[in-house]
Design a protein around this ligand. Structure first.
Ligand code: IPE
Ligand code: IPE
Ligand code: MG
Length: 235
């Protein structure tokens, strides 16, 4: 079976999951954090090498203040415990996104986690938090201008080195839960030739069966990358 090297997931539907059960939305975010392990274990089992999870977008700051602060508190509460749990599974964790708006407690925890897990090799887990594709592209351009990169030297490969995903293959498969059919500013440069899979399940409910369905669907896709024959440019 053809397995995607890089799976990116838009973890959507935490709020709806909670509301449907008569729970506060924040309980959905808690359940969402718990579900990361189940999905990650499953993807490791398939031999996926890189996983990128969209956890908080640059636009999510626009939610009601109590939801944003509640979400940050949940993270601050669980992040060290999660770091240890992921480390024990040999997962390498990296953050993708802006750092300047995170609390110092979260920033410290991010550095700690990245350092703790830097030599791990079962799977690379990227957490997109305060991430936005447009913001990422704009920051890359600003940095290139600061460095005086000559326009004639600029090609796609050079540009990609200025993105958070430097060194990572583009996502082969993007999964979105909660039935939505949009990218919501996720990996907009990197997803140029990604395959999509959406499921009606809310993120906290996403489990082995849906992952199996996504993998099966991916293995049957014919990727052409604009050419006429099915060819994978990565070989
Ligand atoms: C995804 O779940 C998590 C974040 C965006 C932080 P949502 O909070 O978007 O859940 P719904 O879409 O409102 O159900
Ligand atoms: C996308 O979900 C962002 C994350 C999953 C972190 P949203 O719930 O924010 O997206 P929209 O608002 O439905 O497009
Ligand atoms: Mg949502």
């Amino acid at each position: 079976m053809k397995v995607p090297a890089h799976v990116a997931i838009i973890m959507d539907g935490n709020g709806r999951w909670a509301t449907r059960q008569g729970l506060p939305r924040l309980e959905g975010h808690r359940a969402g954090v718990d579900n990361i392990h189940r999905v990650l274990d499953c993807l490791v089992g398939y031999g996926v090498k890189h996983v990128t999870l969209y956890a908080f977008s640059t636009e999510n700051w626009g939610r009601p203040e109590d939801e944003v602060s509640g979400l940050m508190s949940i993270l601050e509460e669980v992040i060290y415990e999660e770091a240890e749990a992921l480390h024990s599974k040999d997962v390498r964790v990296r953050h993708m996104g802006r750092r300047d708006r995170l609390s110092s407690r979260l920033l410290d925890a991010v550095s700690y986690t990245q350092d703790l897990t830097k030599n791990n090799g079962s799977i690379n887990l990227n957490i997109a938090f305060d991430y936005g594709g447009r913001d990422e592209i704009l920051e890359a351009i600003k940095q290139m201008v600061r460095e005086g990169v000559c326009p004639d030297d600029l090609d796609e490969e050079t540009f990609a080195r200025y993105l958070y995903t430097d060194g990572l293959p583009d996502p082969d498969l993007i999964i979105r839960t909660a039935g939505e059919l949009r990218l919501s500013n996720f990996l907009i440069w990197q997803s140029a030739y990604s395959e999509y899979f959406t499921t009606a399940s809310m993120w906290p409910d996403l489990g082995e069966d849906e992952i199996a369905e996504a993998m099966e669907s991916f293995s049957q896709r014919q990727r052409r990358f604009g050419a006429l024959r099915s060819e994978d440019p990565s070989g």
